[in-house]
Design a protein around this ligand. Sequence first.
Ligand SMILES: C[S@@+](CC[C@H](N)C(=O)[O-])C[C@H]1O[C@@H](n2cnc3c(N)ncnc32)[C@H](O)[C@@H]1O
Length: 356
Amino acid sequence: MQTGPAAPPAFEIRSTPHSGRAVFAARDIPAHALIWRSEDLALSVLLREYRREVCGQCFSYAHGRDLQIRDAGVGFVFCTETCQDQWREDTGEVGVEAWTVVEALVKRRSKEDSMMVDVGLPRPRKEDIERAWEVALVQARLIKVARQGDWDTPSGGVGSDAEASVQVTKQHKRALQKALQQPISPDVMSFCVSGILFLYNSPLDLEQVLHLESDSTPYLNAGDLLAFTRSYLHLLAILPLPLVRFLTPENLFLLSTRDSHNAFGIRSLEDDGAEFFGYGCWPKASYFNHSCAPSVVKTRVGRTWGFFAQRDLKMGEELCITYLSGEERALERIGRMGILRGNWGFECGCVRCAVG
Ligand SMILES: C[S@@+](CC[C@H](N)C(=O)[O-])C[C@H]1O[C@@H](n2cnc3c(N)ncnc32)[C@H](O)[C@@H]1O
């Protein structure tokens, strides 16, 4: 079959003096043309409050009605059996087991056990983050020893861990029980599970995530950091053993540093995205910078983002999307800049902000 010459890529990624790497048109691009399609969802969080209304696979929304296909064991709903089957296949056997134990844990706990994350408090500094993870690590060592009995089960396979040869004492068992009694943060826990499953199921794609812009202080405030260290210890106590090797402070921190400035919101498709269901990281779509007068519009279909020219674009022009949600776009310059500074940590220097 004659396929003809491949179309030259519509864009290239280059460094800029002030805003890191950016996407530039590699040729003239007509209005409405597809520039890039991104299907590489690495990790995602579907907020707990939407877990009955939004499909766990394609993120379709039932406008406040519960979706029919409930997979109660794993805590997700689906719009069709096809979506459910696809989710189970992609998540894998160990992944399904992981979501099942996490769902059982969250269900056992009442709403009062959930941690509230205060907004508006300062972000933890690097030294606060290091200290918090060091403290968690001391408990983690005890919990790993307490699970030593599990190591010997046929599915264990981590018997070579240094901790596995230590005598299990009351102190170890108490550390495990104590971790499980701490308040829980189901959405932070979901982030951790999704991230660990990404490392377990798709190790070759890690490179793409490592290339992303990194935020060295990714936690919103002290409560958010605490939610992460507690989720780490909770998960260490319950996750299937094949995942425990991937569950480290280093890995969880790394995922947060890359997610922080690169995640896309997963929103409703109608009503200008008024409903915020959660967020996810699509590494190959993460090089578009922001402009308050964007030249590219992004649209989600299921788990795929499409990026389209909003107008005729000239070769060499920087291609920008907007990071602002529907109503935020209509704000005055000072309001937009405040949101971009607070959520993304940069001072917007786009053409619209430059003229005031
Ligand atoms: C999704 S990443 C975009 C790609 C990024 N420039 C890179 O090098 O990987 C978002 C980050 O790009 C930078 N950025 C995006 N838009 C910007 C803008 N209008 N002004 C300044 N920096 C911007 C900020 O550092 C922001 O946190």
